[in-house]
Design a protein around this ligand. Structure first.
Ligand SMILES: Nc1ncnc2c1ncn2[C@@H]1O[C@H](COP(=O)(O)OP(=O)(O)OP(=O)(O)O)[C@@H](O)[C@H]1O
Length: 311
């Protein structure tokens, strides 16, 4: 199957080094989330992979070949970089047909991808009448048109409604399950956590992480337990006696650092405490991501945590 290989890739624009000696591999059969603060170099990397820009140094290949040397590239690599790319005066159907003809893709694929992206009923409308979310769906339809082994999408959830967000999540998971190579950039951490198996994280053009998502979170966010009992003072004393670091919150809720529900549950039960609530707080991708990128952010506001936004 086909992987994306980035080797010692560097891109300078004048004095700005957008991509800085990057090396990573995107493997088939899983969704790789491509993360990083604004200006970290994600789009530049994708553009370099697609031969839309020339690297200053290094290489970016797909299945061992430069994109520009692929025959029928749309049948090998499907991409969404700019949802505004379709010509506004064309209908969605005509836009996809033109792409299909130019890339020796059978015409039936046009109807298949229109159906798959939920655009069949508006396929004869001009693209300029489309909403942002509809354009986004059309961009995804174009990416899928050639039934490609490699799919690279830049912020695919942009402008999608909640139903669209669920749809794209399921689509990405299915594409990976079919054995395709899927690379998806996003600023939406909850979203990325819902579809990615693996993460590649950039900061100021450099590789900060290339790791399975679960490992990425577990390495950075300590597990916590949320516990509420009928007697907070007994609980607090019990936790302290057993060396747990715990903090009290409203409504008698305590959070216990570096703890597992099994241990806290047993402890409370042995002390005869009535447990009203006991939950594992596994840590989120957002927490882990903010921890990693705090120092690798080019554009910072105070506090730095305002950088990621959820839809
Ligand atoms: N054509 C260009 N000319 C000059 N500088 C550029 C050009 N393209 C990108 N850059 C710079 O390269 C850096 C990386 O930009 P890039 O768009 O790749 O980041 P990104 O991670 O995709 O950011 P975002 O999340 O905001 O989309 C930024 O400092 C940007 O200003």
């Amino acid at each position: 199957m086909t992987s994306i290989d980035v080797q010692n890739l560097t891109k300078e624009y004048g004095t700005t080094r957008a991509v800085d000696h990057l090396t990573f591999r995107v493997l088939p059969g899983r969704v790789t989330g491509f993360l990083g603060p604004n200006g970290a170099g994600k789009s530049t990397t994708m553009r370099l992979v697609l031969g839309l820009d020339r690297p200053t140094r290094g290489t970016a290949t797909i299945g061992g070949r430069a994109y520009a040397t692929l025959c029928d590239p749309l049948r090998k690599v499907g991409t969404l970089l700019d949802a505004q790319a379709a010509h506004g005066s064309r209908t969605a159907r005509d836009h996809l047909r033109a792409l299909a003809v130019g890339n020796r893709i059978p015409d039936r694929r046009v109807d298949e991808v229109l159906a798959e992206t939920g655009l069949a009923s508006v396929a004869r409308r001009r693209v300029k009448t489309y909403s942002l979310g509809m354009r986004q769906r059309l961009g995804i339809a174009a990416a899928l048109l050639g039934d490609p082994e490699v799919v690279m999408l830049d912020e695919p959830s942009n402008g999608l409604d909640p139903e669209g967000i669920v749809w794209i999540r399921e689509l990405l998971r299915r594409l990976a399950k079919e054995g395709r190579t899927v690379l998806v950039s996003s600023h939406l951490m909850n979203e990325t956590a819902s579809f990615a198996d693996h993460l590649v994280v950039l900061g100021r053009g450099r590789l900060l992480a290339d790791t399975p998502m679960r490992e990425f979170i577990d390495a950075r966010v300590r597990p916590r337990v949320r516990v509420r009992t009928t007697d907070g003072s007994v609980l607090s004393q019990l936790l302290a006696e057993h060396g747990y670091e715990a903090a009290a919150h409203d409504d008698g809720l305590w959070t216990v650092e570096h703890a597992r529900v099994d241990d806290i549950g047993r402890l409370a039960s042995a002390a005869g405490l009535i447990v009203l609530e006991l939950t594992a707080d596994e840590g989120t991708l957002e927490q882990a991501y903010l921890d990693l990128t705090a120092s690798a952010t080019e554009f910072t506001t105070t506090p730095a945590r305002t950088l990621t936004q959820e839809a």
